[in-house]
Design a protein around this ligand. Structure first.
Ligand SMILES: [Zn+2]
Length: 215
């Protein structure tokens, strides 16, 4: 590209064989071909046995790992709301979470703890891990993931309060040696009764801590 003075061919905005031979435009290049080109640029040979089917596998994996974009959390919850006369804290802890950080597209993973105090309605318990997956299977930052889960519950049942805590380890930090192996990040979102009443918040946090081993 003429306007990019110092860039080598490597930095051409149109990756793939396409850019070399003036072939199809970028959007016409298959995702598999894009992954094949990435493998080439890493200095590898995409035609050798172990790598031959890798572009296809990566494309499939990435589609699955970002499948949350095509799912509507409100629709999932709508089918599982129940009227109840119960106003104690509902807590589901240690929900496994796997996501991709949006800065490096590397995994971060850990545990999500969810609590809320109903206000006439509860959510079927099996839907909470589903909800976590819908938001986790997107390119994320841990803070936004925490907030989105809280907001979805708030919107679905308008409870007296919602509390979310996520403990996670980030491979982009661990593998790149920015912070070492035992680093984990904790984020929380506290809405309604959980933000105002410190007793409620404390009760939730102490229940979470009882879950014992950290991630
Ligand atoms: Zn990252």
């Amino acid at each position: 590209m003429p306007e990019k003075k110092k860039s080598a061919v490597k930095d051409s905005p149109a990756p793939g064989a396409a850019s070399r031979n003036g072939g199809p435009s970028l959007s016409a290049v298959s995702t598999e071909e894009l992954h094949r080109e990435i493998i080439r640029r890493l200095g590898e040979d995409p035609t050798r046995d172990g790598l031959r089917l890798t572009p296809e596998r990566v494309a499939k994996a990435m589609t699955y790992l970002t499948s949350g974009y095509s799912q509507d959390p409100a629709a999932v919850l709508r089918g599982a709301l129940f009227d109840v006369d119960y106003d104690e804290m509902v807590i589901v802890r240690d929900i496994e979470m796997f996501s991709l950080c949006e800065h490096h597209m590397l995994p971060f993973f850990g545990k999500v703890h969810i609590a809320y105090i109903p206000n006439g309605k509860v959510i079927g318990l099996s839907k909470l891990p589903r909800l976590v997956d819908i938001f986790a299977r997107r390119l994320q930052v841990q803070e936004r993931l925490t907030r989105e889960i809280a907001d979805a519950i708030q919107d679905a049942i308008q409870p007296q309060g919602v509390g979310i805590v996520i403990e996670a380890r980030h491979l982009c930090m661990m593998m790149r040696g920015v912070q070492k192996q035992h680093s984990s990040a904790v984020t929380s979102a506290m809405v309604g009764a959980f933000s105002k009443q410190s007793r409620t918040r404390q009760e939730f946090l102490s229940l979470v801590r009882k879950s014992g081993e950290s991630v």
